[in-house]
Design a protein around this ligand. Structure first.
Ligand SMILES: Nc1nc2c(ncn2[C@@H]2O[C@H](COP(=O)(O)OP(=O)(O)OP(=O)(O)O)[C@@H](O)[C@H]2O)c(=O)[nH]1
Length: 200
């Protein structure tokens, strides 16, 4: 969950998705600004933290990068339980990875936190010539399921920082008189990196 003290928010964030979709690469791009052509597979899960300044708040993400292998599926609840946000990653060159992403979304909706902020990230957007999942199809699915959709490339860095900033903006904030449900919709754009616009 997102926990607040003044304007400092701690938020657990989990990355889920098929093996090889690019979960670790997205985190590595965010945290270290790096990309490895031969990124090693994650075994179990890996933990990172990253602090972002968004509007008038500081959001410290506690990031769990999970292992996409099916045999580790049963461990996933340990990582998404108590999470404030999830990034479900698929590879735009793999229909199977999109199918798997949809299964993750269903699972999160059934078992996760009802206020969970879920982003659907179509990664490897640099591989346009190998694309198998259209942005239109993914966007329509995201709209039907109230997800934030974005296409990313860990390789070129397109939309990677934006994904995390947008999640940070969407995290539930403290309750206020005007806003009894506790949701605050930011009225100012987050600090952004220059990226192409492709998200809904
Ligand atoms: N072209 C391209 N390749 C990528 C991108 N993101 C990741 N890759 C490559 O895809 C492969 C898998 O990336 P990972 O980040 O290990 O994928 P993962 O989802 O963490 O995989 P598991 O740890 O096995 O679950 C690596 O060889 C990466 O270099 C991208 O945006 N574009």
């Amino acid at each position: 969950m997102a926990a607040m003290g003044d304007n400092n928010i701690n938020a657990k964030l989990v990355l889920l998705g098929d093996m090889g979709a690019g979960k670790s690469s997205l985190v590595l791009r965010l945290v270290k600004g790096q990309f490895l052509e031969f990124q090693e597979s994650t075994i179990g899960a890996a933990f990172f933290s990253q602090t972002l300044a968004v509007n008038d708040a500081t959001v410290k993400f506690e990031i769990w990068d999970t292992d996409g292998q099916e045999r580790y599926h049963s461990l996933a609840p340990m990582y998404y339980r108590g999470a404030a946000a999830a990034i479900v990653v698929y590879d735009i060159t793999s229909v199977d990875s999109f199918t798997r992403a949809k299964k993750w979304v269903e699972e999160l909706r059934k078992q996760g936190n009802p206020n969970l902020v879920i982003a659907l990230a179509g990664n490897k957007a640099d591989l346009e010539d190998k694309r198998k999942v259209s942005a239109e199809e993914a966007r329509a699915y995201a709209e039907e399921n109230a997800l934030f959709f974005i296409e990313t490339s860990a390789k070129t860095a397109i939309n990677v920082n934006d994904t995390f900033y947008e999640i940070a903006r969407r995290l539930p904030r403290a309750q206020s008189a005007q806003n009894p449900t506790g949701m605050v919709l930011a009225d100012r754009p987050a600090a952004r990196v220059a990226t192409s616009a492709c998200c809904s």
